[in-house]
Write a protein that binds this ligand. Structure first.
Ligand SMILES: Nc1ncnc2c1ncn2[C@@H]1O[C@H](COP(=O)(O)OP(=O)(O)OP(=O)(O)O)[C@@H](O)[C@H]1O
Ligand SMILES: [Mg+2]
Length: 416
């Protein structure tokens, strides 16, 4: 086994081969290029669960546009890693560096550690940025990766200025067209964007895309492509790759977990002096990469009793080594659970609902991004609703049973 590029297995690496995302990547590029050539502003939104390639695609887009246009200032920010205020300061420094080619000036002023202590609010810097760009007839392409964090950290101002630049420009200056690419794990931008901002960004189907979860086969392909980029020679069996892909798929971690396991099982195998990676190395790598540690989104406390029981039903059905299930099996399991617990606490019996209500509950869980679900129409069977994963750390059946027990105890003490 020989590694040729250890970078290729790290978090920051941008692969040459982006596999199934190539089509989406090209589509997004051409949408922006059309707008840039027309000199019109353009906003675009990518959503998708963890590990579906959002960061990878946006970084590739950053590289593409940095090289392509002279009068376009392109920058990428990971909003999960830096605060909204630091994002703006960083933007200010970058713009200064880009516009004012005098290195000494930039070193002295824009990079001064005192910049932060001026006490100016972020919007003052943003206004400056816009006015400088306008004067120099440059436009700006900003990528805000994991944008939800901006709102979590109370950085709504940035968005306000970027979405209504005209209100912040000096008189008689033209607004530089702004190109904005956003990503988030949330499928609906409405769930976290303040209403006044929603109306100014272009929230229509042409302006957004969802990166669906990868299938097991797609994850295997991604792993194979990455192996080619990272190793000059490696011995790893196809069924070992499949094992990684199945767990990545079931735990809804997509390529993220898969690549972590690939790297760690290689490390473990080399440390053990083995010449090939086998299932035992993969199991050890899985032990040190807990799937639950990756998720941090919705907390179970936010779920109602019924929602929690529905998740228990889904987990039970999926636990049987199945990768997908449907609404009918889940509803049957849910009714069994109601009976099972209803014997102990009569309050649980009242959680029973009609079929249409049950479907609306599933839909609500989907809208909350708690489960991934698709509905197929037509065919002899009519409509089928397929559920393929749970997005929160309830993958472990034991864990969710414990949570349900907790709730049941609470219900019992409330009703007695
Ligand atoms: N289509 C793909 N081809 C090759 N590698 C991929 C692909 N999709 C994702 N990856 C790899 O999987 C890992 C996770 O992808 P990435 O960081 O882009 O996910 P993300 O959608 O940004 O996730 P998060 O929401 O957690 O930030 C990265 O190492 C990335 O290079
Ligand atoms: Mg990301």
């Amino acid at each position: 086994m020989n590694i040729k590029d250890s970078e290729a297995l790290t978090f920051e690496y941008i692969p040459d081969d982006i596999s199934v995302r190539k089509e989406a990547y090209e589509k997004i590029i051409s949408k922006f290029e059309n707008a840039i050539e027309r000199k019109e502003k353009f906003f675009f939104y990518i959503s998708g669960s963890t590990g579906t390639g959002k960061t990878m695609v946006t970084k590739k887009i950053e590289t593409h546009f940095s090289k392509k246009y002279d009068n376009l200032y392109v920058s990428y920010y990971n909003c999960a890693r830096i605060s909204p205020y630091d994002t703006i300061l960083e933007m200010y420094r970058n713009v200064m560096k880009y516009i004012v080619k005098d290195e000494r000036f930039v070193e002295n002023i824009a990079f001064s550690p005192d910049l932060k202590s001026t006490g100016y609010s972020g919007s003052v810097y943003l206004k400056d940025i816009l006015n400088i760009l306008s004067k120099k007839e440059k436009s700006m392409f900003i990528i805000l990766d994991d944008v939800k964090e901006i709102f979590v950290k109370n950085g709504k101002d940035i968005f306000y200025v970027l979405s209504r630049p005209m209100e912040f420009m000096r008189e008689n200056s033209t607004i530089p067209p702004i190109y904005l690419l956003l990503t988030s794990q949330k499928s609906t931008i409405q769930t976290f964007l303040p209403e006044d901002i929603q109306s100014t960004i272009q929230n229509t189907p042409e302006h957004k895309i969802t990166f669906n979860n990868y299938t097991v086969e797609e994850i295997v392909d991604i792993l194979k492509a990455r192996i080619k980029e990272a190793f000059s020679e490696i011995d790893i069996a196809d069924d070992a790759l499949e094992e990684i892909a199945i767990l990545s798929y079931k735990s809804n971690l997509n390529a993220r977990y898969a690549i972590d396991i690939l790297r760690d099982s290689y490390d473990i195998a080399s440390t053990e002096g083995c010449s090939s990676i086998d299932i035992s190395h993969i199991r050890k790598a899985m032990d040190i990469n807990d799937v639950n540690a990756y998720h941090d989104d919705i907390g179970v406390d936010e779920l109602t009793d019924t929602q929690l029981l529905i998740l228990l039903a889904i987990t039970r059905v999926l636990d049987n080594k199945k990768l997908k299930t449907n609404s009918v099996d889940v509803e049957n399991e849910f009714n069994k659970i109601i009976e099972e617990y209803g014997y102990r606490v009569s309050a649980v019996q009242s959680l029973k609902v009609s079929h249409p209500t049950f479907l609306s509950y599933l839909k609500k869980l989907k809208d909350m991004d708690v489960i991934s679900m698709k509905t197929y129409r037509g065919g002899l069977e009519g409509t089928t609703t397929v559920i393929d994963s749970i997005m929160i750390p309830l993958y472990d059946l034991k864990k969710i049973e414990e949570l349900v027990e907790d709730r049941i105890r609470r219900l019992k003490s409330e009703t007695s």
